[in-house]
Design a protein around this ligand. Structure first.
Ligand SMILES: Cc1ncc(C[n+]2csc(CCOP(=O)(O)OP(=O)(O)O)c2C)c(N)n1
Ligand SMILES: [Mg+2]
Length: 249
């Protein structure tokens, strides 16, 4: 394995541990006056830790901006902690008063949140408009020398339930959207349920139809999931290939 990949793997494992421990600490170790469950979504962080490690530690440039999906907040703050932008007390107080927020917040968090994403779907759509505003600025004399950033959204698959996303896609197409990436974390999990089987085919169809966006899915490293009587499933095993994430830009 090349050395830089090994380093990224080490960082990824640190992030996985930190994010999971934050949630475990909040729910099981920290003193609670009322005994109520605090909450947090460990699987939602686990499903995107590799994507966020690759983005923040090997891809992003200073001019890029990222909307991190709401449930990846523990990973986001763990990354900022590793980079020296977040403090231990706030991490220990995850979802508590004055602690790091359950969803990344520009107002309440102290670290480098580019877009607040607590209202599901809005963080995704705003990357489109941020990119269009950037184009407007670049078209001005006073803005033409500014470096162009990439506006990136790490999208939860259940965020695709929100209607504003489809308006944003169409708006992007109208204005020749560029420098905008949407990375869908297809973990098949929503807040309190399972994402409908085969939804990814619908999502890809909508991306193509509304935005004519270029799409890349990592079907090669697909997970296989039990599926009965569905077109495309293997008749012997009943298993069916499903993407684990895909990128539109
Ligand atoms: C507008 C809005 N509706 C509903 C919610 C409640 N909510 C929080 S996260 C979430 C969906 C999480 O699913 P996904 O984006 O796939 O995240 P995952 O847990 O898989 O990472 C919902 C519906 C919200 N925060 N905002
Ligand atoms: Mg999900």
């Amino acid at each position: 394995m090349p050395t830089h990949i090994q380093h990224l793997k080490t960082i990824e494992q640190r992030l996985l541990w930190l994010s999971h421990w934050m949630i475990h600490n909040a729910n099981n170790l920290r003193l609670k006056e009322d005994g109520l469950k605090v909450g947090g979504h460990q699987a939602s962080s686990a499903s995107c830790v590799s994507i966020l490690t690759a983005l923040y530690f090997a891809t992003l440039k200073p001019e890029d901006r990222v909307a991190v999906k709401p449930h990846a907040s523990p990973i986001f703050h763990a990354m900022q902690y590793l980079m020296g932008n977040q403090d231990l007390e706030r991490m220990k107080n995850f979802r508590g008063f004055g602690g790091v927020q359950s969803y990344p917040s520009r107002i309440k968090d102290i670290d480098d949140v580019d877009f607040s994403t607590g209202s599901v779907g809005l963080g995704v759509a705003i990357t489109t408009f941020a990119s269009l505003v950037q184009d407007y600025i670049q078209a001005k004399k006073w803005g033409k020398d500014l470096p162009l950033g990439r506006m990136i959204s790490l999208v939860g698959d259940a965020e695709m339930d929100e209607g504003n996303i489809y308006e944003a896609l169409q708006e992007g197409w109208k204005h020749d959207l560029r420098n905008c990436w949407w990375i869908v974390d297809y973990n098949r999990q929503s807040l309190d349920g399972v994402v409908s089987e085969g939804l990814w085919e619908r999502i890809i169809g909508v991306f193509t139809l509304l935005a004519g966006m270029w799409l890349k899915s990592n079907m090669a490293s697909c997970r296989k999931l039990p599926s009965k009587n569905r077109a495309g499933s293997n008749s012997k095993t009943g298993l069916m290939p499903v993407p684990i994430s895909f990128i539109a830009r």
